[in-house]
Ligand binder design. Structure first.
Ligand code: NCD
Length: 306
C-alpha cells in the first residue's frame, strides 16, 4: 500500500505515468466514469480549504465513487482531543482512501503509520502540499510541453508557502531547471530548502526582491499569497501582505509565452486585470487539479483501466 506525503514519494517515471494518465482522463472522461464504483474517499480537513477538498471530492465523484468526511477540526472528534492516529484507525474502517489536511507539519505522516488505507497529504502546515505540486506539474507539462529547461520565478511568501516547498523538491529532478526566488527579505525560502535542496543538488538559483527585475527572464511566474495564518504577529502580516501586486504594467515586461500560475486563493497579489491575459493560467491550473487527483486516486487504489 502506497501513501503520498511528499512529491518525492513518486519517482520521475511514476510521476510521468501519473501525468499521462491525467491527460488521458482529461481527453476521455467517460472511460473512467465508473472506475471507482463502490469505493469511498474520506476527506479529513483540519484546516480551511476550497480547491483541494472540493477537487478531491469532485475527482472521486467523477470516478463513480463516493465521499465522506469533515471540513473543520471543530466538526470532528479532534475538538474532543482525539489524536490523528486514532481518527485514521477509525476512518480506515469506513473508507478506502483518505486525503488529510492538518495545520501541524507531519500530522498526515503520523496518521499514515497507523492507517490501513492509503493516506494523501493534502497540506501539512508550512511544510508540503504534494497534490498541489502534481497539479502544478500537470499544468506546466500541458501548457509548456515540458518539465525541463525552464526558468521558474517563485514570488511572494516563500517562507511559509508549502506549495513552493513541494514544487522546488519536485522540479529539481528535471534537467536544466533554474529558479528565481522573488521575496522580501523576511519571507525568503527556509534555509533547509536553500542549502539542502538547492545548493546541495547544484541547482542554479538567484534571490531577488523586485519582481520587475526578474519577470523578463521567466518561463513561468508562480505567484503565492502571504500566508496570514502562519504569522506570529498581525502587524508583520499587514506590512508584507501587499508587497507584490502583479498587474498589466508588470505583465508588459514578461515574455510573450510566459505563464502565470497561482495555487489560489489569491488575495491582492494578482490584480484582476491580469485574468484576461492569455498568459494567466491559474484557473486552468485549478481544473488540472481535478484530473491529476483522479489519476492519483486510481494509482493509489491500484485501479487499472485499459
Ligand atoms: C494553497 C495551500 O493550501 O497551501 N492552496 C491550495 O491548496 N490551492 C495555497 C494557499 O493557501 O495560499
Amino acid at each position: 500500500m502506497q501513501h503520498l506525503m511528499s512529491p518525492l514519494d513518486l519517482s520521475v517515471e511514476e510521476l510521468d505515468k501519473l501525468l499521462t494518465l491525467a491527460n488521458d482522463i482529461e481527453r476521455n472522461p467517460q472511460k473512467y466514469a465508473h472506475a471507482c464504483e463502490g469505493k469511498k474517499l474520506a476527506t479529513c480537513f483540519y484546516e480551511p480549504s476550497t480547491r483541494t477538498r472540493l477537487s478531491f471530492e469532485a475527482a472521486m465523484l467523477n470516478l463513480g465513487g463516493s465521499v465522506l468526511g469533515f471540513s473543520t477540526a471543530d466538526s470532528s472528534s479532534a475538538a474532543k482531543g482525539e489524536s490523528v492516529s486514532d481518527t485514521i484507525r477509525v476512518i480506515s474502517c469506513y473508507a478506502d482512501i483518505c486525503a488529510m489536511r492538518h495545520p501541524k507539519e507531519g500530522a498526515p505522516l503520523v496518521a499514515s503509520e497507523k492507517s490501513t488505507i492509503p493516506v494523501i497529504n493534502a497540506g501539512d502546515g508550512g511544510h508540503q502540499h504534494p497534490t498541489q505540486t502534481l497539479t502544478d506539474l500537470l499544468t506546466i507539462r500541458s501548457l509548456k510541453g515540458r518539465l525541463d529547461n525552464l526558468t521558474i520565478g517563485l514570488c511572494g511568501d516563500l517562507k511559509f508557502g508549502r506549495t513552493v516547498h513541494s514544487l522546488i523538491h519536485a522540479l529539481i529532478r528535471y534537467p536544466n531547471i533554474q529558479f528565481v526566488l522573488i521575496s522580501p527579505e523576511e519571507l525568503r525560502v527556509p534555509s533547509y530548502i536553500r542549502e539542502d535542496v538547492l545548493r546541495k543538488n547544484h541547482v542554479p538559483f538567484q534571490e531577488v526582491e523586485r519582481l520587475e527585475d526578474a519577470i523578463g527572464e521567466l518561463d513561468i511566474l508562480y505567484m503565492t499569497r502571504v500566508q496570514r495564518e502562519r504569522f506570529f504577529n498581525e502587524d508583520d502580516y499587514v506590512r508584507m501582505k501587499d508587497f507584490y501586486i502583479l498587474n498589466k504594467k508588470k505583465m508588459a515586461l514578461a515574455k510573450e509565452d510566459m505563464i502565470v500560475m497561482h495555487p489560489l486563493p489569491r488575495v491582492n497579489e494578482i490584480s484582476v486585470d491580469v485574468d484576461d491575459d492569455p498568459r494567466a493560467a491559474y484557473f486552468r491550473q485549478a481544473q488540472y487539479g481535478v484530473y491529476v487527483r483522479m489519476a492519483l486516486i486510481l494509482t493509489l487504489l491500484e485501479v487499472n483501466i485499459c
